[in-house]
Design a protein around this ligand. Structure first.
Ligand SMILES: [Zn+2]
Length: 344
């Protein structure tokens, strides 16, 4: 009898705990309401495969020589980004027309005269001190000993041009009086290929205080299809979204379900996954400071880190769709009433 009483008491405690977790999740889901859905669609539609392609054929061209850290080609790439933001009338949070966050050569351990992150932003209309960071790395592997260029069209030209188009879309909205309530930082990171050094430098020298940094949406390779999705290219891998904020995970899902219906693949989000992608691109430096992140990724393919990663192999309609999804997610994070919450 005694045994039985204990057993039933235990089972009641057990079911209560389960219910309250379920309730918590339901509360999070119920609390999400998509902000200005027609406006999201309108401005997301200004992100086009044609413009993404035009940018990428430049950014992954021989002119930028594979964007090796600290090289002439990488400097040209940084200047290309800076000139773009100036041409679009999108400012820098650093100082007037200073778009480069210089990283000294001794920090990077290179001979050349250091390198730079390229930073632009759109100031929030209501909560300008809170910021959503959207990032992609601008550097790649440069040129090999035989003079072959690593074009890095997917890695990470695809993420880079996604940022350019998203910035333009947010800026158009702002000109129409519909700018984001929180600020949005467009962060082009250097030295990712040399051990995530650009993002490490940024979090050690942040433009906005890290406690005011709401989230980091990091893009590293979103223009291709990996082998396991050849029959279903309508996908993107989502990594890290639920690790620090369940709300971020459900926002990401709700935005996708509302607008784009991509297959959000969580295979690499498994904490036991051997690839450990969660630790392998720039978002990790934000996550390690307790900032919720999403890493958007298409998986590896036969041209990954090869000289054959060229812009002709990019699936531009898919790049467009994935970019629009990330834009819509950033819009939601920037405009929703309450700031994204960390889990207890
Ligand atoms: Zn990369």
């Amino acid at each position: 009898m005694k045994f039985l009483i204990c057993f039933s008491a235990l089972s009641i405690v057990g079911s209560c705990a389960t219910l309250s977790y379920k309730e918590k999740i339901q509360n999070i889901k119920d609390g999400i309401s998509i902000e200005q859905p027609e406006k999201i669609v309108h401005y997301a539609n200004t992100i086009t495969s044609t413009e993404l392609k035009q940018h990428l054929y430049q950014f992954a061209s021989h002119e930028f020589q594979g964007r090796g850290l600290g090289t002439v080609g990488q400097k040209r790439a940084a200047n290309y980004l800076k000139d773009y933001y100036i041409s679009q009338d999108i400012s820098s949070p650093l100082a007037n027309s200073v778009y480069f966050q210089h990283i000294p050569k001794n920090v990077l351990g290179i001979d050349q005269d250091g390198s730079e992150n390229v930073i632009a932003y759109i100031e929030g209309s209501e909560k300008p001190d809170e910021v959503i960071v959207v990032s992609a790395h601008l550097d790649h592997k440069g040129i090999d000993e035989e003079g072959n260029i690593f074009y890095g069209a997917d890695d990470d030209g695809s993420g880079t041009v996604a940022l350019l188009e998203m910035a333009q879309a947010f800026n158009l909205a702002k000109k129409d009086g519909l700018g984001p309530k929180r600020s949005i930082l467009f962060l082009h990171l250097t030295a990712e290929e040399a051990g995530l050094q650009g993002s490490r430098y940024y979090v050690n020298n942040p433009v906005f205080p890290l406690e005011k940094t709401v989230s980091n949406l990091n893009i590293d390779m979103i223009g291709r299809v990996d082998r396991s999705h050849e029959d279903n290219p309508n996908y993107v891998y989502i990594i890290g979204a639920d690790r620090l904020s369940k709300e971020l995970h459900y926002i990401s899902e709700e935005v996708n379900n509302t607008f784009y219906n991509l297959d959000l693949d969580y295979k690499y989000n498994d904490e036991n996954d051997n690839n450990r992608y969660y630790f392998r691109s720039d978002h990790y430096n934000f996550a390690s400071h307790n900032i919720p992140v999403i890493f958007y990724f298409n998986g590896e393919h036969e041209d990954y880190h090869q000289i054959s990663d060229t812009p002709d192999k990019i699936n531009y309609p898919l790049l467009e769709k994935r970019t629009r999804l990330i834009f819509a997610t950033a819009w939601q994070l920037a405009n929703q009433e309450t700031r994204l919450k960390l889990d207890d």
